[in-house]
Design a protein around this ligand. Structure first.
Ligand code: HSE
Length: 289
């Protein structure tokens, strides 16, 4: 049996909508082998996921077979999932990258990183979770519908990511459907300025700039309506010394950067959710470099 382990990711990082992605030290493991029919077994998070050809790992495997003109061979997959599903932590991206990797191994094909990412984007049309799931680390991705450009950056090793994970799922499709398709020039400029500032503050380790840099006007103001207590969770994390706080991907998890006081930040964030009637837990994660 083969095994592929793929990291969770947090994307957008506030101001970098559909662009910034960061791999985290939390993993889904996929064990697979050829079998008589497509079968999925699972333990851990997401045990309610489809157990047949509708499973995302198998769909990605089948997509790769179709793309490269190979006959699909039935496989058995055992998923050991540690990443909560539907919480904006890149769980779907792990299944897509895992399924494509299974194709490579079982069909003895060697795909370039770019081929894998382009194939993955045909299943999830924004690259910001897929790139770090494949490459690890902090990745900036650009996808214009035709061309994919990505680059991996160093990420400060003293920053951890504290994530508050509420006990409800939020579909990415719904969280995208409420966004404006046209945005004002001032909102676009806001995000360009702050995304640039975020890159500079991470590169130069000027952490005091992160709180301003992270502020977004393209998605968080709309999505906040879907996440009870979002702004309260954010405020509490800052009160405990977080450097930057933002919606993790499309939500509903809220993530923060910090270089100290990790447990207290996590506790304050979950308490804020609980005051709004939402049960939540927190995770203190490293960046998977
Ligand atoms: N950038 C995507 C979004 C990430 O915010 O919709 C989805 O996880």
């Amino acid at each position: 049996m083969f095994c592929v382990r793929v990291p969770a990711s947090t994307s957008n990082l506030g101001c970098g909508f559909d662009t910034f992605g960061l791999a985290l030290s939390l993993y889904n493991e996929f064990f697979f082998e050829r079998w008589q029919k497509f079968t999925v077994e699972g333990e851990g998070e997401g045990t309610n996921l489809p157990k047949d050809e509708n499973n995302l790992f198998i769909r990605a495997y089948l997509k790769a077979c179709e793309y490269f003109g190979e006959d699909p061979k039935p496989i058995r997959v055992i998923q050991k999932n540690s990443i909560p599903t539907g919480r904006g932590l890149g769980s779907s991206a792990t299944a897509i990258i895992g399924g494509i990797t299974a194709f490579e191994i079982l069909h003895s094909k060697r795909l370039s990183q770019e081929e894998k990412l382009k194939l993955a984007i045909s299943m999830e049309p924004h690259p910001d979770n897929l790139s770090p799931a494949l490459l690890g680390g902090f990745v900036i991705s650009l996808w214009d519908g035709k061309r994919l450009i990505y680059t991996k950056m160093d990420f400060p090793e003293d920053i951890k990511v504290v994530v508050a994970v509420p006990n409800f799922e939020l579909s990415t499709d719904i969280a995208r459907s409420i966004l404006e398709q046209k945005v004002s020039l001032s909102d676009a400029v806001n995000n360009i300025q702050r995304a640039s500032l975020m890159m500079a503050s991470l590169c130069k380790r000027e952490y005091d700039l992160l709180k301003e840099a992270v502020k977004d006007r393209l998605h968080q103001p709309y999505r906040a309506k879907l996440i009870p207590g979002f702004f309260k969770v954010m405020d509490r994390a800052y009160q405990e010394g977080a450097l930057a706080v933002f919606l993790s991907g499309a939500g509903p998890s809220v993530a923060s950067f910090s270089n100290r006081n990790f447990e207290n930040i996590g506790k304050a964030m979950t308490k804020a959710f609980e005051e709004e009637g939402i049960t939540a837990r927190y995770l203190v994660l490293d960046v998977d470099q």
